[in-house]
Each structure stands twice: as C-alpha cells, then as structure tokens.
Design a protein around this ligand. Structure first.
Ligand code: FRU
Length: 504
C-alpha cells in the first residue's frame, strides 16, 4: 500500500467514527475537544486543587454549573488514573455566605497537622479564596479571604472548616489563589498568594494559622495586569535544586490579555530569590492561562493550564460547555542562551491514545507536493523533524474546503514562531479575538523541531525543544481536512503524524 493510501485509509476510519458519534453522544458536539478535559456542561476557567493521591489525579476547576458564562464560582471536580482520560465527579465546593469559591489548591495532610483527619486516614485539604461579591460591590477592599475545606473520602465530598476564613485580608483588593505545599526542610506548609502586583509567601504549621514570610516581584517581571494563580515548586538541573515560580498575569501577556510568566531562583522557606531578571513565559500563545502543577507527584512536575483568555473566553462560540484545559505537560529545566528556561512537553501518557504512527520522509513530502488533502485525523500529534538547527521560513497550514485556515510557522527575519488565526474561521463573536500570536526563537543552538497537538478547536505548539510554546483556540465553520507545508529551505527529516483517539 502506498503511503498516501495508508494515510487515506487510516483517516477515513477516524472521521467516520467521529461523525457517527456526533449524532448521538455528549462530548462530540462541534468544537468539543477530544483529547483535552472540558466539563460535560457549562462554564470553566482555571484548573484548581490539582493533586495526585492514591493512584488518582484530581483536577478541580473553576465552574459555573448554571450557564456557559462566568458566574458564582464553584469547584467542579474530575479524576483520572492516567492524566489523559477524565471522569467528571460531583461538584466539590459550592458558594456560601462567605462568597464564591475562587481558585486554590489541595494538599494531602499526611501528618494530620490540621487535626481534620487522622494519620491513618489523612484529610485532603482544599485551600481556596472566598470571594464576597457583596463586599466587592459595596466598595470594601477586604472581600477576598483564604479559607479551607476538607475531604475524608478521597475528594468525593467536602466540608468547609467552621473557622473560615483562615487567612484574613489585610486590605488588598486582589488577595487570592493560594497554592500550598509541604516544605519538608522547614517542617511547615508554604503558601504562595497573589497579592495585586506581587506574590506574598505565608507559612503555617497546621493549614489554619498563617504567618507572612516575604513578598516577591513588585518590580520584577511583567506588570501589565494583575498577578494571579502563583505556583512555587522545586526542579533539578544538573543535580542542583532550583525553585520555579509561576505567575499568571491578566492582562499584559506577550500576545494581549492573559498569560503565565515564570521565574527560576532559590527559596529558603521564607524568601524567593530569582537567578535572572529576564521576563519569561511558559507559553506565549493567547490561550494558556492560570496553569499550575500537580502536587504529590514526587520529583515529577506536571503542568496544566486553562485554554482561555479573559479577553474573549466568555464569548467563544461553543454551546453546552465553554472552555477546556491544555494537555498535561511535563516540566523540566534547561540551560539555554546563558540562562535557565522551563521546558514543557506533552506527557508521554498521551501515547495511550495514539492510533498508530505515520512517518512521512522528505522524499514522500515532495512527492505529495507537501500537501495532505485528507488529514481528517484530528485530533493528532504532529512532529516536524528537521535535519539542521538553523531555522528558515516554513509554515504548516491546516485548512478546510471553505477557505479557512490556521497557519503555524517560523519567520526567520523576525526570528520568531507564529500562529496566524486571522482566517481560521469564526471570529465575529469578539472584537478582542486576536489574529496572531508570536513566540521568540531563544537560541540557534536549540533543536529546531516543532511539535503540534491539534484538537477540534485548539493547537498547542512546542518549539525550541519546549522552551518557546504557543497555545491558541480556533473555530472553523467546517473541520480542517487538509494539512500542507510551505517550506523555504528547511531540511526536513520527516513529518510524524500520530492520530489520537478520543478520550470520551
Ligand atoms: C484567574 C482568576 C483567578 C480567580 C478566578 C476566578 O483566571 O481570575 O484569579 O481566582 O479566576 O474565577
């Protein structure tokens, strides 16, 4: 069988399966992500409370279970055994008289420091922001406070702690998104909290009494918007331990609106000291926000972001549900261009849903005129492997018969990667829906391969070996059915196509 036929054969099967399902099943509506978590119904934004416990990955999420727009926030809940297949669970936390349930984290209190469980049956403790909408409207500056809730049945049901809030607002309007971890060297819990234009670190012996330790970042990093959703965690580089601090910022991202910056440095239990003052972004694309990492995963650090941007997340043209998460990404540190960078790569668990692998070498690409007219096997992971590190202009184009296209590529003159969604499909839902996103090529010494994770309405681009990434959503009127390459002198080793099976 010729390669082209092989492509066509495998593609038809997937397309047929999806269109059959479309008629009957939830999770197969137009634009519904097939390899990313999205709630079965209604609204989501930030991932929350990500923790691994007893063989299960927990993912809580900002959720409004009455509409497909942002509203009184609850914590939705989903679980997974493999980071890929998700089961939605009952809502974990409902708003109450102290307010909406904003973002936060979950820890497993193995030492029973809180007294909320026992050593044999430790409590899972959620630390979250209570956001009082009445206080906000009434002009108070103390309407965001930190509270806790606990679960004694592995996250299924939750009780709020009667002594809430456990950390009272000292008079800072933006005082939210606590991310807590056990700092073993200091035998205490450490909380990173977003406090307007900086991160404030607190510590506690028992998750109930919190002491301020230090502040970071008032004059460092990007400040085009308010700081939100921090995460502090250690990672090794060449046998040495560093600490990474993620800070989301909205607006003020490199491509307008929401984005997540990071700092690499040292942490001594009290103070975070960066090793470099350069502003770096975990993902430059318009649609990766509020991401943090799973707790309790040992040395491994797995990140998940919200595939949305506050500029237009309430208006994207989906029905039934609105918004989804990125694919989980393994994080590591790399030395490049004289600095330390964070590397992101899709977790290898994605291989579980791979539906075979097709490698198209340079010769075949030329024979096919660089066009694959029946690439209906979205979702898929596509890797363009190049022979040389030098980067010349090239682009990958996903398109449909209606003339809509999404262009992803490299611009050598500007030394940057780009996503161009100016002709990608529906855009009329919001004037704020940006046409393009750019990410710098950080060094000519880096790997020039490009990896794409393409789903029904999103693409995640991993470039520079995962140091320079772009995530974007798009809404074609008809699914893209063609993938083509425009190549201005890159020496291609192969294009690897890995169709992915739906997780639903
Ligand atoms: C970030 C954020 C958080 C807040 C939550 C509210 O996207 O604004 O700071 O806790 O969303 O839904």
């Amino acid at each position: 069988m010729s390669l082209k036929r092989l492509l066509i054969g495998s593609i038809f099967l997937t397309a047929a399966t999806i269109s059959q399902a479309q008629k009957t099943t939830a999770y197969h509506e137009p634009y519904r992500p097939q390899v990313h978590f999205s709630p079965k119904k209604w609204w989501t934004n930030d991932p929350n409370g990500m923790v691994y416990y007893k063989g299960t990955y927990h993912l809580f999420f900002q959720h409004y279970p009455k509409a497909t727009v942002w509203g009184p926030m609850h914590w939705g809940h989903a679980t997974s055994k493999d980071l890929v297949h998700w089961t939605q669970q009952p809502i974990a936390l409902y708003p109450d008289k102290l307010g909406y349930i904003f973002s936060g984290s979950v820890v497993v209190d193995e030492r029973n420091t809180s007294g909320l469980g026992t050593k044999d049956k430790p409590a899972m403790v959620a630390i979250f922001t209570h956001h009082d909408p009445k206080g906000e409207k009434g002009g108070s500056s103390t309407y965001q406070n930190e509270s806790i809730a606990y679960s004694l049945d592995e996250g299924l049901t939750w009780k709020k702690y009667p002594g809430n809030p456990v950390l009272k607002n000292p008079g800072i309007k933006d005082f939210r998104d606590p991310k807590v971890f056990w700092y073993d060297e200091g035998n205490k819990w450490v909380m990173s909290l977003a406090t307007k234009d900086r991160i404030t670190f607190y510590s506690s012996p028992n998750l109930k009494d919190w002491t301020k330790e230090s502040e970071f970042g008032q004059s460092l990093g990007a400040h085009g918007g308010v700081w939100e959703c921090p995460d502090l965690f250690p990672l090794q580089l060449n046998g040495k331990q560093y600490w990474v601090l993620l800070v989301s910022i909205n607006p003020g991202g490199p491509n307008k609106g929401s984005a997540t910056q990071y700092f690499v440095g040292h942490f001594d239990g009290k103070t975070f000291t960066p090793v470099s003052t350069k502003t770096k972004w975990i993902d430059y694309g318009p649609d990766d926000y509020a991401g943090v990492t799973w707790g309790n995963t040992g040395k491994r650090k797995v990140f998940l972001g919200w595939m949305g941007n506050w500029l237009y997340a309430n208006e994207v043209p989906t029905k039934v549900w609105r918004n989804a998460m990125t694919v989980p990404r393994d994080l590591s540190l790399t030395l490049a261009a004289g600095d330390i960078y964070l590397r992101s790569e899709p977790v290898p668990e994605m291989g579980k849903i791979a539906n075979g692998t097709i490698k198209v070498d340079a010769e075949q690409l030329v024979k096919n005129n660089n066009i694959f007219s029946v690439i209906k096997q979205r979702p898929g992971q596509f890797t363009l492997k190049f022979k040389t590190k030098a980067a010349k202009d090239y682009s990958v184009i996903l398109s449909n018969d209606g003339g809509e296209k999404l262009v992803i590529g490299f611009d050598a003159a500007k030394n940057r990667y780009y996503i161009d969604r100016s002709a990608s499909g529906q855009k009329q839902f919001s004037k704020q829906f940006t046409n393009a996103g750019y990410a710098p090529r950080l060094s000519t010494m880096l790997d020039s391969d490009m990896e794409l994770v393409v789903d029904q309405s999103s693409v995640e681009v991993f470039a520079d070996g995962g140091l320079s990434n772009l995530t974007a959503v798009f809404f074609p009127r008809k699914p893209y059915n063609k993938l083509s390459l425009v190549n201005h002198g890159m020496e291609i080793e192969h294009l690897q196509i890995q169709p992915l099976k739906s997780i639903w």
